[in-house]
Design a protein around this ligand. Structure first.
Ligand code: DOR
Ligand code: ZN
Length: 346
């Protein structure tokens, strides 16, 4: 097969940032994806419906003319989130979901939730109204090794949470471990996961062998090879519980190539080609549309996109860096040759 046409995909996990970077990066996502879940970890974070509405307007101003792209906004949960503002924001069509960042887990998560008990009322309301909870699934305890933080979060936080609230709709974002795959597979249809391109392509060696490579660093950090293989099986197996969420997370080149480099991989420029390469390598092209374009809308209870995207086998060299309206960013796969390219969208 040298060409593949799928319904237009959506990206269920995106960081667009704000200001000039927002202007610079939004076209890469809007070119390919119909909709995207927009993560709220700005400075200050998007914690209210009014802030989300204002942010959505700034995003729309950065969407190229003629694009039908729709940003789907999320609420950054804090210990003080108002269940009423959240539910009203959802009813008004401003919020699609809410994002749980354990405080201190990742970029701009300092205002996140310090204990799940502090948002119990918020979660009860979300369970009642069927509002999805997007979860950054890592504990922050200093005594837990960073490579174990996802598995420990599943044991200590997510499993008891779903026992208490069995109807809560949860997306375990950017799954990186066998434990995450098994947890999602064993859970009900109210539990799903996104998987990023980088966690399908790289294991932790990519970060650490032959020199320290900051552009392969994101959170949750890439794990051992056995975990990457489990993620590839999950993504390409045709299950509706795993779907596309790139976690594209742009940071300026100099902030990643630093003594304390930022976490995040900017994969938006070739994300769809990157995923398709994995499905091709796994001989699973027949499941690509399910992962990219069907499973996400089904989980979020939204219609699938009407239009389509066609990719063809063709060599494309990924640039070494990208100018995002004045900020230099190194994209995922920089300098590599991809075996697929987007031929058309219509
Ligand atoms: O690598 C990451 N970057 N992981 C996250 O959870 C946040 C993201 C960011 O915002 O840069
Ligand atoms: Zn993210």
């Amino acid at each position: 097969m040298n060409q593949i046409t799928i319904r237009r995909p959506d990206d269920w996990h995106v960081h667009l940032r704000d200001g000039d970077v927002l202007t610079g990066v939004t076209p890469y996502t809007a070119r390919v994806f119909g909709r995207a879940i927009i993560m709220p970890n700005l400075v200050p974070p998007v914690t209210t419906a009014a802030m989300a509405e204002a942010y959505r307007s700034r995003i729309m101003a950065a969407v190229p003319e003629g694009s039908g792209f729709t940003p789907l906004m999320t609420c950054y949960l804090t210990d003080g989130t108002s269940p009423i503002d959240l539910a009203d924001g959802r009813a008004a069509g401003i919020f699609t979901a809410a994002k749980l960042y354990p405080a201190g887990a990742t970029t701009n998560s300092a205002s996140g939730v310090t204990s799940i008990a502090n948002i119990r009322r918020v979660l009860e309301v979300m369970e009642r109204i069927g509002m999805p909870l997007c979860v950054h699934g890592e504990v922050t305890d200093p005594d837990i090794d960073i490579f174990d933080r996802e598995a420990v979060f599943i044991d200590r936080i997510l499993t008891p949470l779903l026992r208490d609230m069995p109807g809560l709709r949860v997306v375990l974002e950017h799954a990186t471990t066998i434990q995450a795959v098994q947890f999602v597979e064993a859970a009900g249809s109210n539990v799903a996961a996104t998987i990023t391109p980088q966690h399908l392509h790289i294991n932790r060696n990519a970060m650490l062998v032959g020199g320290i490579r900051p552009h392969a660093y994101c959170l949750p950090v890439a794990k051992r090879e056995e975990h990457r293989l489990a993620l590839r099986r999950a993504a390409t197996g045709g299950s509706g519980k795993f779907f596309l969420g790139t976690d594209t997370a742009p940071h300026a080149r100099h902030l990643k190539e630093s003594g304390c480099g930022c976490a995040g991989i900017f994969n938006a420029p070739h994300a769809l080609e990157s995923y398709l390469t994995v499905f091709d390598e796994e001989n699973a092209l027949e499941h690509f549309e399910q992962f990219a374009s069907l499973a996400g809308p089904a989980f979020y209870r939204l219609p699938v996109n009407e239009d389509s995207v066609t990719l063809e086998r063709s060599e494309v060299v990924v640039p070494g860096e990208i100018d995002a309206h004045g900020t230099t960013i190194v994209p995922f796969h920089a300098g590599e040759t991809m075996g697929w390219k987007i031929l058309s969208t219509n």
